[in-house]
Design a protein. Structure first.
Length: 305
């Protein structure tokens, strides 16, 4: 999907809107078939957290698509996949969840990787200030997208099982269609995509986004959520492969090193949660790991996808 977003070279707000419109059409049949209650989410205080989740997810998608179009896909993916560590910090602050020593170290390593990928001009002054500054601005937007993903996860945690995942996805798709569309109309940038390849690519973005969500939810139902999260970091590798093979862009050594730090940190945290490698060092996970926690973990991952 990320390659299609970059290939369109079309206003990213319209890409988000068309992607969401396609998802609305594709999610309607299962909602009708399973007779999902669309009014259960309007009860307070659930409605507040649902609104927060929808707006945060909408901003996350907008930031992600902007990053895909304006920087290397691999670099953008590496920054976006730092969101699990941001989630851990925000959960410790707002949900009073424990942040273990192992996860804290992994968080610092991940942020180091993000710095290497984004290369802020006040640290890396050897390169062109103008080019590096523009790159850092795009990387900052990608990082804002990672923060929005983390906020969305916290909202889903607060919602709990009060709202069905199909309902969450449905309302998210509606808002994610209206907001960017309204922005393009207000700013005078509304323009229908030209016939031909552009429209097919935009349609493909929506279909692939929906299929990716469906397959991810199914995978979470069959396997541990943390293992799936580790596997998803392969997206960073595929991003660099697409950059080289499709767009002819060779990533820098700093970008590759930074992406490696982010991916290795996420992999270490995921494997530690599954196998408890750090228990021997008395800094392992302190969260409840019983069956109930595992079920909740799977549900949260499926709803945030």
């Amino acid at each position: 999907m990320s390659a299609c977003v970059k290939l369109t070279s079309y206003n990213f707000f319209m890409v988000v809107a068309i992607r969401s419109a396609t998802q609305i059409l594709l999610i309607q049949p299962p909602i009708i078939y399973y007779r999902k209650d669309l009014t259960s989410s309007f009860q307070l205080p659930t409605a507040y957290f649902m609104f927060g989740r929808i707006m945060a997810s909408t901003m996350a998608v907008i930031c992600k698509f902007y990053a895909y179009q304006n920087m290397n896909i691999g670099d953008a993916s590496a920054i976006i996949y730092s969101s699990p560590f941001i989630t851990g910090i925000l959960a410790a602050i707002f949900l009073k969840e424990r942040l273990t020593l192992f996860n804290l170290v992994a968080t610092f390593v991940s942020f180091g990787g993000v710095i290497l990928v984004s290369r802020p001009p006040f640290i890396f002054e050897s390169q062109s200030t103008e080019v590096n500054g523009a790159r850092f601005a795009v990387a900052g937007i990608a990082f804002c997208g990672a923060i929005c993903v983390s906020v969305s996860i916290l909202c889903v945690r607060k919602i709990g099982t009060a709202v069905d995942s199909f309902v969450l996805t449905y309302y998210f798709s509606i808002v994610c269609f209206i907001v960017p569309l309204a922005i393009t109309v207000i700013t005078g940038n509304f323009q229908l995509p030209p016939c031909g390849e552009a429209r097919w690519l935009l349609l493909l973005v929506g279909v692939l986004g929906f299929l990716g969500h469906v397959f991810f939810v199914r995978a979470v139902q069959l396997e541990r959520a943390m293992l799936i999260a580790v596997i998803r970091t392969i997206d960073v590798l595929f991003g660099y492969i697409l950059d080289i093979t499709v767009f002819g862009s060779t990533p820098s050594a700093l970008s590759v090193l930074g992406a490696f730090l982010v991916v290795s940190s996420a992999t270490a945290v995921g494997l530690n949660k599954i196998y408890g490698f750090s228990n021997n060092f008395k800094c392992g996970l302190l969260f409840n790991t019983d069956k109930k926690a595992s079920v909740e973990e799977r549900r949260l991952s499926s709803e945030v996808a």
